[in-house]
Design a protein around this ligand. Structure first.
Ligand code: PEP
Ligand code: MG
Length: 921
C-alpha cells in the first residue's frame, strides 16, 4: 500500500498540491500551492494536511508515523529554495506556522511568526540584514508570541493585564518614551531576556532555544487551536463541521518591516463592499502583516482609484514598479480563478511576495454585482453566476435602509466598511451585546477595534462601530461576512470603556443611548433614524432573472393582506400559496361577531352572526384578488383552535358586554365557554374540524371568496382561487368540506352569471394524511404540505413550547438542526415524499406545494426540488431567497449531460445524476 502523504511542499515555481485540494491542504495551503504553480512569487514552505489534525485528535494528540521525517525533508527543500538554513548561526532561515482550514476562519486560530530565532541565530539575522534593531524587534515579538500562543503565558484573570505588555510598558516608562518605535536595539535585547525570564518564572521551564523544538511547539499549538473556544464559536455560527480539522502551513518568513523599502498589505481584486471592478487595497510601509489587519495603524490605499485623503501617499505613488507587478498579479489571479480574490502581500526590501489568495468575502450587493459583471466580462456563465451568491446572504438586500429623507443628526464619519443600516442602543463589550440582545434589545457594538474574541457579540449586534482600523480590519472583514452594517476607523470619536461612553466632538453617547449608522456612507447619527424599503432593480433584477430562467420550482407567498400580497409580488411571488383567513376574524368588531357565532344557541343565531362577517371577509378577498390578478391564490378555510376566539371566562366586564349584545344571560355564556374548553386545543377543535362542527363557517367563507372572485372578474381581472381545507386526517373530512364549497360556488356563480375556474384541495399536515394521501387525492385537486404541523405531529413536539428544548438538542448533537426551521428529511421528509408519490398515484400530475415555514429555508427548498413539488410558498421577504435557492437546487441536481452516442452500439439512456443530500454551506 502506498504510504500516505502528510506533507506537501511548495516553492521555486512548483508545488505538490493545487487549488482543488482544499479538503486536504486547507484553503490557504491549496491556494498557495496554486499561486506557486502559476509562477507567482511565493515564499517557499510546506503544508501539513488536515488528515494529520484529525489523526492528532483521534490519537490523544499524537502525530502519525513518518510525519517527523516528512517535515524534515520538506524543510530541507525550503532551505534550498530560500538559500538559508534553519538554525544556522550565520544564515538562518525563519519560518511562520499558520493554520488553514477548508474555509477561511479569519483570526480564529493561532499563528506563530519568526520561528527559528535564538540567541545564536539572532547574530546571523543581524549580519544578514545589517539591522540590529530590526532583528531584536523580530526576536522580542517572537518570544512574546511564542510565550503566549504555544506556552500559554497570558493573563490569568480577566482583570490582569497581558504580562508581556506590562514588561514592555515598564521598559518604555523607564526610558521615558511612549512609542514602541523609540525603543533601541539594546532595549529590545533586554526585553527578550526579560520575556524569557517571565516564561521561566511562570512555567518553571525555559523558553526553547532549539529551533526544531520551537517548530514542533508551533505546529502543535496550531493544531490545538482548532479546538479553542473562539474557533468553536465561529464554527457553530458558520456551520463548519468539527471533523474537517485544520491544515498547518509552515512557510519561510518575509518581512515588511525591514525599512522604508518594505511594506505589507491586504487587497481585494474588486471592491468587497460594492463589487465595483477596480483594484482595492490597503498597505502600510515598514510594518508587519498583523498591523494592517489588527487596525492599530490606519493604513493607506494602494492606488488612487477612489478619492484619497489629502496628503496621503499610495503604493502606486511610493513604489510604482512594485505596484505594477502587484496589479499584474491581480489580473492573473482573477483570470485564473474567475472569482474575486482577497490577497495578502509583503514587500521585503524592494521584492514583492504573495502570501495568500482566497475567495474574497463580500457583501450581498457586491456578490450580486460581481456575479453579473463577470458574466458581462465573459469570465463565467449565467449558471455559474447564480451559484455565486448564497440565498441567505440575499437577505441583506431585502431589508430596509435609512430613509434618505429622514432628519438626521450626524455626529461622526468613518469608513463605509460594511453597508446597510443599523439602529440600536450602544454597548461597549461583546458580553454586554449578548446579554442585551438576549433581552430582546437591539444593540450597536462600539469598540476601539474588535478581536476574534468579540465574535459572538458581533453576531447578535445590529451593527458594529470602531474608532480604529481600516476597510480590512477585523471588524470590517467579519461584519461583511456576517452581512452586518459596520462603520470602522471613525477617528472623530473617542471611546472610553471605563466610563461606558464615547464622545464625538461635544456630543457624549452613553451606554444604552440610541444611535443609527449608514454602513454604505460610513456615517453615524444620534438617535433613531427611520428606515425605507429596498429597491430591487438593476443588477439584482438581472441576477434574479437568470435564477428564474434556471429554476423548476415555482415560488409563491404566504400572505393574508393586500399589502403583503403586493410586497410579495414585487419580490417575484408567482401567487399566494397560503392565505390564512383567521387574522381577518380578529380585526375590530369582527371578533364580537365571531364570538356570537360560536356561542349562539342555535343555527339561526350562528347564521345571523356570520352574516355580519361576510361582507368584511369579502372585502379582504377582493383586495387580495386584485393584488394577485392573473396569479393563483390559495385561501385556507378557518384553522385555529376554538378557544382563541373566546373571551376569558374571568373577564366579567367582557362577558357582560357580550351577553348583552347577544341577548343572553352572562351565566349562560360562562357555562357555554367552559363547555368548549379543551385540554389540548392544538389537537382539538381546529382546522377542518371547526368547519365540520360549524359548516356555516365554511359556507360563509366560500361565499365571501366566490362573491369577491366574481366581483374582481367583472372588473376584467383574472382570478384563480384555490380553496384549501386544513388539518385533514381522513378523506371523509375533505369530502364533506369540499361538498360545501362546491355547492356555494355553483350557487354564487349561477346568481352572478360569472364563471370562475377554481380548485378545492387540502393541506397535508398530519401523518395520517400523508399515509393515506392516495385516498385523499381522490377528493383533492391539489396538496399543500403544512410542514409546521406535520413536524409537530411527527415529532410529537409542540411547535409553541419546544424552542429551548430543540436548541439544546441541536447544541448536544441529538438533532442536526431545528426541524421547525429546516425540514427533517429522514422523518418528516419521508412523509412528504410518500404523500407526493401516493397522491400522484391516484391523480397523475397532482399539483403539490409546501406552505410551512420550510418553504423559505434554502436547504428545505433543495429538498422540495428533489421530491418534485410544483412550488414552495414562503413569507414575502423570503420570496427572492427561495427563488435563488430553487435555481441553485436545479443546477445542483441537474441530470448529467447525455454522453455522445456511440456509432456502433445503440445509445443507452443515462441515469440522472445521483441526488445528494442537502448540505449547509
Ligand atoms: C403548517 O402547519 O405548516 C401551516 C402552514 O399552517 P399553520 O402554520 O397556519 O398551522
Ligand atoms: Mg398548520
Amino acid at each position: 500500500m502506498a504510504k500516505k502523504k502528510y506533507v506537501y511542499f511548495f516553492g521555486d515555481g512548483k508545488a505538490d498540491g493545487s487549488a482543488d485540494m482544499k479538503n486536504l491542504l486547507g484553503g490557504k495551503g491549496a491556494n498557495i500551492a496554486e499561486m506557486t504553480n502559476l509562477g507567482i512569487p511565493v515564499p517557499a514552505g510546506f503544508t501539513i494536511t488536515t488528515e494529520v489534525c484529525t489523526y492528532f485528535y483521534e490519537h490523544s494528540q499524537k502525530y502519525p508515523l513518518g510525519l517527523k521525517k516528512a517535515v524534515a525533508q520538506a524543510l530541507k527543500k525550503v532551505e534550498k529554495s530560500m538559500s538559508a538554513k534553519f538554525g544556522d548561526p550565520k544564515n538562518p532561515l525563519l519560518v511562520s506556522v499558520r493554520s488553514g482550514a477548508r474555509v477561511s476562519m479569519p483570526g480564529m486560530m493561532d499563528t506563530v511568526l519568526n520561528i527559528g530565532l535564538n540567541d545564536t541565530t539572532i547574530q546571523g539575522l543581524i549580519a544578514k540584514t545589517g539591522n540590529e534593531r530590526f532583528a531584536y524587534d523580530a526576536y522580542r515579538r517572537f518570544v512574546n508570541m511564542y510565550g503566549d500562543v504555544v506556552m500559554g503565558v497570558r493573563p490569568e484573570t480577566e482583570k490582569e493585564h497581558d504580562p508581556f505588555e506590562e514588561i514592555l510598558e515598564a521598559k518604555k516608562k523607564k526610558r521615558g518614551i511612549t512609542l514602541d518605535l523609540e525603543l533601541t536595539a539594546e532595549d529590545l535585547k533586554e526585553l527578550v531576556a526579560e520575556f524569557k525570564a517571565l516564561i521561566k518564572k511562570r512555567l518553571g521551564k525555559p523558553f526553547p532555544e532549539d529551533p526544531m523544538d520551537q517548530l514542533w511547539g508551533g505546529i502543535g499549538a496550531v493544531f490545538e487551536s482548532w479546538n479553542i473556544p473562539r474557533a468553536i464559536s465561529y464554527r457553530q455560527i458558520h456551520g463548519i463541521p468539527e471533523g474537517w480539522g485544520t491544515a498547518v502551513n509552515v512557510q519561510a518568513m518575509v518581512f515588511g518591516n525591514m525599512g522604508d523599502d518594505s511594506a505589507t498589505g491586504v487587497a481585494f481584486t474588486r471592491d468587497p463592499a460594492t463589487g465595483e471592478n477596480y483594484f482595492y487595497g490597503e498597505y502600510l510601509t515598514n510594518a508587519q502583516g498583523e498591523d494592517v489587519v489588527a487596525g492599530i495603524r490606519t493604513p493607506q490605499p494602494i492606488n488612487r482609484a477612489k478619492k484619497v485623503p489629502k496628503g496621503m501617499m499610495t503604493l502606486e505613488d511610493e513604489m510604482p514598479k512594485l505596484y505594477k507587478q502587484l496589479a499584474g498579479i491581480r489580473n492573473k489571479l482573477e483570470k485564473h480563478y474567475r472569482e474575486m480574490q482577497d490577497i495578502e502581500f509583503t514587500i521585503q526590501q524592494g521584492k514583492l511576495w504573495m502570501l495568500q489568495t482566497r475567495t474574497g468575502k463580500r457583501t450581498a450587493a457586491a456578490a450580486v454585482k460581481t456575479a453579473v459583471d463577470m458574466v458581462k466580462e465573459r469570465r463565467i456563465s449565467k449558471e455559474e453566476a447564480v451559484t455565486r451568491v448564497s440565498p441567505d446572504q440575499l437577505d441583506q438586500l431585502l431589508h430596509p435602509t435609512l430613509d434618505p429623507k429622514a432628519a438626521k443628526d450626524k455626529i461622526a464619519k468613518g469608513l463605509p466598511a460594511s453597508p446597510g443600516a443599523a439602529v440600536g442602543q450602544v454597548v461597549f463589550s461583546a458580553e454586554e451585546a449578548e446579554e442585551w440582545a438576549e433581552k430582546g434589545k437591539k444593540v450597536i457594538l462600539v469598540r476601539v477595534e474588535t478581536s476574534p474574541d468579540d465574535i459572538r457579540g458581533m453576531n447578535v449586534a445590529e451593527g458594529i462601530l470602531t474608532s480604529r482600523g481600516g476597510m480590512t480590519s477585523h471588524a470590517a472583514v467579519v461584519a461583511r461576512g456576517m452581512g452586518k452594517c459596520c462603520v470602522a476607523g471613525v477617528s472623530d470619536i473617542s471611546v472610553d470603556y471605563k466610563k461606558s461612553r464615547f464622545t464625538a466632538g461635544k456630543v457624549v453617547i452613553k451606554e444604552g443611548d440610541w444611535i443609527s449608522m449608514d454602513g454604505t456612507k460610513g456615517e453615524v447619527y444620534k438617535g433613531e433614524v427611520a428606515k425605507v424599503e429596498p429597491k430591487l432593480t438593476g443588477d439584482f433584477g438581472t441576477f434574479m432573472k437568470w435564477a428564474d430562467e434556471i429554476r423548476v420550482l415555482k415560488v409563491r407567498t404566504n400572505a393574508d393582506t393586500p399589502h403583503d400580497s403586493g410586497v410579495a409580488r414585487a419580490f417575484g411571488a408567482q401567487g399566494i400559496g397560503l392565505c390564512r383567513t383567521e387574522h381577518m376574524f380578529f380585526e375590530g368588531e369582527r371578533i364580537s361577531a365571531v364570538r356570537q357565532m360560536i356561542l349562539a344557541e342555535d343555527l339561526a343565531g350562528r347564521k345571523k352572526a356570520l352574516n355580519k362577517i361576510l361582507p368584511m371577509q369579502r372585502e379582504d378577498f377582493v383586495g387580495i384578488f386584485r393584488a394577485m390578478a392573473g396569479l393563483p391564490v390559495t385561501i385556507r378555510t378557518l384553522d385555529p383552535p376554538l378557544h382563541e376566539f373566546l373571551p376569558d371566562i374571568k373577564d366579567t366586564k367582557e362577558i357582560n358586554a357580550l351577553a348583552k349584545e347577544m341577548g343572553v344571560k352572562p351565566a349562560y355564556l360562562k357555562k357555554k365557554i367552559s363547555s368548549l374548553a379543551e385540554f389540548n386545543p392544538m389537537l382539538g377543535t381546529r382546522g377542518c374540524r371547526l368547519g365540520i362542527s360549524f359548516p356555516e363557517i365554511t359556507e360563509m367563507q366560500a361565499r365571501a371568496i366566490f362573491e369577491a372572485a366574481c366581483q374582481v372578474a367583472r372588473e376584467g381581472k383574472r382570478v384563480l382561487p384555490e380553496i384549501m381545507i386544513p388539518l385533514v386526517s381522513h378523506v371523509n373530512e375533505l369530502k364533506l368540506q369540499r361538498a360545501i364549497v362546491e355547492q356555494v360556488a355553483k350557487e354564487v356563480m349561477g346568481k352572478q352569471g360569472v364563471k370562475i375556474k377554481y380548485m378545492v384541495g387540502t393541506m397535508i399536515e398530519l401523518p395520517r394524511a400523508a399515509l393515506t394521501a392516495d385516498e385523499i387525492a381522490a377528493e383533492a385537486q391539489f396538496f399543500s404540505f403544512g410542514t409546521n404541523d406535520l413536524t409537530q405531529t411527527t415529532f410529537g413536539m409542540s411547535r409553541d413550547d419546544t424552542g429551548a428544548l430543540l436548541a439544546s438538542y441541536v447544541a448536544n448533537d441529538i438533532l442536526p438542526k431545528d426541524p421547525f426551521v429546516s425540514i427533517d428529511e429522514p422523518g418528516v421528509g419521508k412523509l412528504v415524499a410518500m404523500g407526493v408519490q401516493k397522491g400522484r398515484s391516484t391523480r397523475p400530475g397532482l399539483k403539490v406545494g409546501i406552505c410551512g415555514e420550510h418553504g423559505g429555508d434554502p436547504d428545505s427548498v433543495d429538498f422540495c426540488h428533489r421530491v418534485g413539488l410544483d412550488y414552495v410558498s414562503c413569507s414575502p421577504y423570503r420570496v427572492p431567497i427561495a427563488r435563488l435557492a430553487a435555481a441553485q437546487a436545479a443546477l445542483k441536481h441537474r441530470p448529467a449531460k447525455k454522453a455522445a452516442p456511440k456509432k456502433t452500439a445503440p445509445a443507452k439512456k443515462k441515469a440522472p445524476a445521483k441526488k445528494k443530500a442537502a448540505k449547509k454551506k
